[in-house]
Design a protein around this ligand. Structure first.
Ligand SMILES: [Zn+2]
Length: 121
C-alpha cells in the first residue's frame, strides 16, 4: 500500500483515499487549541535513517499533540481517560490522535522515512 501525507493537516492518506477524493481536509477551519504540557522541549525535530539524504527521502510529520499523546500513553502510562482530560480533547478524538500517531511512527520506521515533529498542529 502506498501512502502520502496531507500537507495541511498531516494525516496519512492512502492512494485509494486520495483518488476517491474522500479526504475532507480541515484546512481553513480553525483548529481548537490543545493544551500541551510537554515536559521536555525537543530540539532536533527531524529523525532520519542513516545513509539516506533528507532531500531524497519522504518525510512523515508528527504533530505536537500526537507526540504528547504517545508520550503520555507509553512513557507516563496514563489511561486514555486521563490523557484525554489532560489534553482537553474527547476520548474519541484522543483515540483518533493515537491511532494516527501510531500509524505514522510505524510507517516511518518500517519504510525508512524521516520523521519530523512539527512546531504547530
Ligand atoms: Zn488534510
Amino acid at each position: 500500500m502506498d501512502y502520502t501525507q496531507c500537507p495541511s493537516c498531516y494525516r496519512i492518506l492512502d492512494k485509494a483515499t486520495i483518488s476517491a477524493n474522500q479526504h475532507q481536509c480541515h484546512r481553513g477551519r480553525r483548529k481548537k487549541r490543545r493544551h500541551l504540557q510537554r515536559e521536555n522541549k525537543f530540539h532536533a525535530s527531524i529523525f532520519k535513517p542513516q545513509g539516506i539524504p533528507l532531500k531524497n527521502n519522504k518525510i512523515i510529520t508528527l504533530t505536537p499533540s500526537e507526540l504528547e499523546a504517545i508520550r503520555l500513553k507509553n512513557l507516563e502510562n496514563l489511561q486514555q481517560t486521563e490523557i484525554a482530560q489532560k489534553m482537553s480533547v474527547s476520548q474519541s478524538t484522543l483515540a483518533r490522535i493515537l491511532q494516527e500517531a501510531n500509524k505514522k511512527i510505524a510507517l516511518a520506521l518500517s519504510k525508512n522515512y524521516a520523521l519530523k515533529i512539527s512546531e504547530k498542529e
